[in-house]
Design a protein around this ligand. Structure first.
Ligand code: PMV
Length: 324
């Protein structure tokens, strides 16, 4: 009744932004990501008849009550599904620089879903695991798979047709992602809260939903044709449109800081010199840059010169979950 799973983070090229059902984590739009090789979570789950409650250790230390409650609520779904009312000891090791603005929740819930299902004896397909992981954190639905992944929003009210699937293997197109950490002070609006406020109050949200459909069509063409320029243009524009919705929310909010804008402008300046770099930004101030292998080094060197840049992590496209 014990299993260990490794799951990697992912970065959305077309963003998941907005839920149509908060409880079931059903999104308003499809999203598309690449899984990253460098950042991952390893989680061990052991169900033990002797336990009176769940236990959760995060990076070797007993986690706070608030974190334990989230994990327990997730395990309740697994227990109900398996019809085994048994508590578990969960040990999670994160190899994700959380300061780099990567949603460690994506790798975290993907690893937890797969390890807990295996440990309790559920035999779930990757599609079913994606649906389970989704109910911990939406972006986790994509981290079950490696390579290029699309999360289908589906249309059923129960979420039965809402899951991610691989659309291209990781080795089929070797792109690189640079994660650029910038100096930051402000506290961020969590993605859950940010999405909710945007859906409920931003007049720009309707425009986002319209645009994202077009962006998905364009990015899939770019992927099929291995057209990097087209892909990069769609990625950058899609991120900007997502962030534009936050400016229309009530109260308005923004994830960018001055350092974020400096990096964005440097990327645009690189393009003016003929170097193909494109940025994307999640619910935080850090910037991720998508590029081709041959231009990775020159992009790194130019970003390094910016005083606001603290660290640059280099990622390749990574694999899906593995059972250890
Ligand atoms: O799944 P969450 O709650 O971590 O939300 C992720 C939201 C974004 O990172 C902004 C976009 C995405 O698709 O990952």
């Amino acid at each position: 009744m014990k299993a260990t799973v490794k799951a990697h983070t992912n970065i959305a090229l077309i963003k998941y932004w907005g839920k149509r059902d908060e409880a079931l984590f059903l999104p308003t739009n499809n999203s598309l990501s690449v899984t990253l090789d460098k950042f991952y979570t390893i989680t061990t789950v052991e169900f033990l008849p002797a336990l009176q409650a769940d236990e959760f250790y995060f990076n070797g230390e007993l986690a706070e009550e608030k974190e334990l409650m989230k994990i327990s609520a997730f395990l309740d779904r697994v227990r109900a599904n398996a019809k085994k009312p048994m508590f578990a000891c969960v040990k999670s090791q994160n190899h994700v620089p959380t300061a780099a603005g990567f949603a460690s929740s994506a790798s975290g819930y993907a690893a937890l879903a797969a390890a807990s299902a295996k440990a309790i004896g559920l035999q779930l397909t990757d599609r079913e695991l994606s649906q389970l992981a989704r109910q911990g954190s939406g972006s986790a639905s994509r981290s079950i798979f490696g390579g290029y992944v699309e999360w289908e929003k589906g249309s059923n009210a129960d979420g039965s047709d809402c899951y991610a699937q691989q659309i291209l293997k990781k080795d089929a197109w070797d792109l690189r992602i640079l994660s650029v950490e910038v100096t930051t002070k402000a506290k961020k609006v969590l993605s859950r809260e940010g999405m909710k406020r945007t859906v409920q109050t931003s007049p720009f949200f309707a425009g986002w939903l319209e645009a994202v459909e077009q962006d998905l069509i364009a990015i899939k063409e770019a992927i099929n044709e291995r057209d990097f320029t087209k892909l990069g243009q769609v990625v950058e524009a899609n991120a900007l449109k997502m962030h534009a919705t936050t400016l229309g929310a009530n109260p308005p909010f923004m994830y960018w800081q001055s350092a974020t804008v400096e990096v964005m402008q440097e990327v645009q300046a690189l393009r003016e010199k003929g170097i193909e770099a494109y940025f994307t930004i999640d619910a935080g101030p850090n910037v991720k840059i998508v590029c081709q292998p041959e231009e990775e080094q020159v992009i790194h060197e130019s970003l390094e010169t910016l005083p606001v840049v603290q660290q640059i992590h280099h990622c390749r496209i990574g694999p899906g979950i593995t059972y250890l």
